[in-house]
Write a protein that binds this ligand. Structure first.
Ligand code: SAM
Length: 458
């Protein structure tokens, strides 16, 4: 048996959970390299040439035969795919197999955004996602990933779960991918082994209870609560189901599984009912350690519908009225009905269907981003924003210019480009037809408008 340098208390815990024979398989698996996987953005047309195989519980997820240099692939900067480990993508199967109704969703612990981009894809133009992250620097990364994904159906916030108090009974689905002791990451991240201790497991469990005590109240009647961790111990997993059923009235949800997937269903008896959790072990599944459970809020619970606000007032956002909003949609050639706001004279667009929800959220939470930032209007011209380039919205009548892979890397490094035969003015830069950003051709020089803070430094 290979040396594992696993904490002794962790070994005892896993031995108890798995039994001797399976524990030996687990130890072997945890020392093997993990497989790289990506999830394609179905709203952006793209296919990879890398050898790959499908992840069985997903429609858009693939294992790659080898790990490429993602940073040097322009397509990742265009939001064509997200690098995500395979077990986490099981959420896609939950959403599709349970046919969870679309609506207003919350991802309460969202950075860097793997599960948020998945939820955003599921919702498409039939819902709105609030992607929240409490740590400010991580909220910035989350915002960047939401912008690259480009669906325009998300609001990024930077709040502590406690700040959500006024949004009780507001959400159709709340996901809590909780901060945890990270036992499932021992393979990918050997440092996680060093940081592990029984005390830390207890600390994590107490913190998860505080978060879930908030999250449980935010789901409306008949809505869904999804809880996940990347750890194996029962305190942070099954015990959380027990805790939630004691605190709130939630019904069990059982997920259909294909036996070949080797995902372990675990049962929790609570309040006279059987609840279910799903466990991913690295010796059984080609993915990292993961736990997930789904609960359905009882039909008697509270539902909070957002009310119409007559005079919307906000410290920094200005409302663009409906007439002007529909004129903008027509001028810009956008489908659907948008609602616009300005912030420092820059126009943002969200779907009008979710405007009342947005207004309520903007009053109570710290907004980092929402919908799509289009840009500024100067007389009859638009100064387009980078966020618009990356969104799936049409790009008016701006000309576009396709770059080679090498040129795209230069563009993403924010270097100067020499591009002959370019039309004057704003030009949308594309790589394999995926928009990457804007340049402006002034005639005697070409300005590269790739955001400085996003540039590739490799
Ligand atoms: N869902 C993310 C994804 O798929 O990319 C990963 C989320 S990670 C497991 C947990 C997140 O919870 C971290 O971003 C962390 O900053 C955040 N977090 C830490 N403490 C928290 C707290 N007390 N309440 C809410 N979130 C917290």
């Amino acid at each position: 048996m290979p040396e594992t340098n696993l904490p002794k208390d962790f070994e005892s815990q896993m031995l108890e959970l798995l039994g001797q024979a399976e524990f030996e398989q687990f130890k072997e698996a945890i020392n093997k390299p993990s497989r790289t996987s990506i999830r394609l953005n179905s709203a952006k047309t793209f296919s990879t040439s890398w050898p790959k195989s499908p992840i069985p519980w997903t429609r858009n997820g693939f294992f790659l035969d080898e790990r490429p240099s993602f940073t040097l692939d322009p397509a990742i900067h265009a939001g064509a795919y997200y690098v995500q480990e395979a077990s986490s993508m099981f959420i896609e199967h939950i959403l599709n197999s349970v046919e969870i109704p679309k609506g207003i969703y919350l991802d309460l612990a969202a950075a860097p955004g793997g599960k948020s981009t998945l939820l955003s894809s599921y919702l498409g133009d039939e819902g709105m996602l609030v992607a929240n992250e409490v740590i400010q620097s991580r909220a910035q990364i989350l915002k960047e990933n939401i912008i690259k994904w480009g669906l325009g159906n998300s609001i990024v916030t930077n709040n502590d779960p406690e700040h959500f108090d006024p949004l009780e009974g507001f959400f159709d689905l709340v996901l809590v991918d909780a901060p945890c002791s990270g036992e499932g990451m021992f393979r990918k991240d050997p440092q996680a082994r060093e940081e592990w201790s029984i005390d830390n497991v207890q600390l994590c469990s107490a913190r998860q209870k505080r978060i879930m005590d908030q999250a449980g109240a935010l789901v409306k009647a008949d809505g869904y609560l999804v809880y996940s961790t990347c750890t194996f111990n029962e305190q942070e997993n099954e015990d959380m189901i027990r805790f939630m059923t004691e605190e709130f009235s939630y019904e069990p949800v059982r997920i259909s599984l294909d036996a070949d997937w080797n995902i372990k269903e675990t049962e929790v008896e609570a309040e006279g009912k059987t609840y279910y959790g799903y466990r991913f072990f690295p010796h059984l599944v080609e993915g990292e350690g993961f736990f997930i459970t789904v609960l359905k809020r009882s039909e008697e619970a509270y539902i909070q519908e957002p009310k119409r606000i007559k005079d919307f007032k906000h410290p920094f956002l200005k409302e663009v009225f409906n007439r002007e909003s529909s004129d903008l949609d027509e001028e810009l050639g956008f489908d659907g009905i948008g609602k616009y706001y300005t912030l420092n004279d820059s126009y943002f667009r969200i779907s009008k269907d979710w405007n009342l929800h947005f207004q309520k959220i903007s009053h109570h939470l710290s907004l980092k981003y929402f919908g799509v930032e289009i840009g500024k209007k100067q007389k009859n011209d638009w100064i387009p924003n980078h966020e618009w380039a990356l969104s799936i919205l049409p790009k008016k009548d701006f000309p576009s210019h396709e770059l080679t892979e090498a040129e795209s890397i230069e563009f993403l490094r924010k270097n100067d480009l020499e591009l002959p035969d370019l039309p004057l003015g704003w030009v949308l830069i594309t790589y394999r037809n995926l928009p990457l950003g804007w340049i402006k051709n002034l005639g005697n020089r070409v300005n590269n408008y790739y955001p400085k803070e996003w540039r590739i430094r490799m």
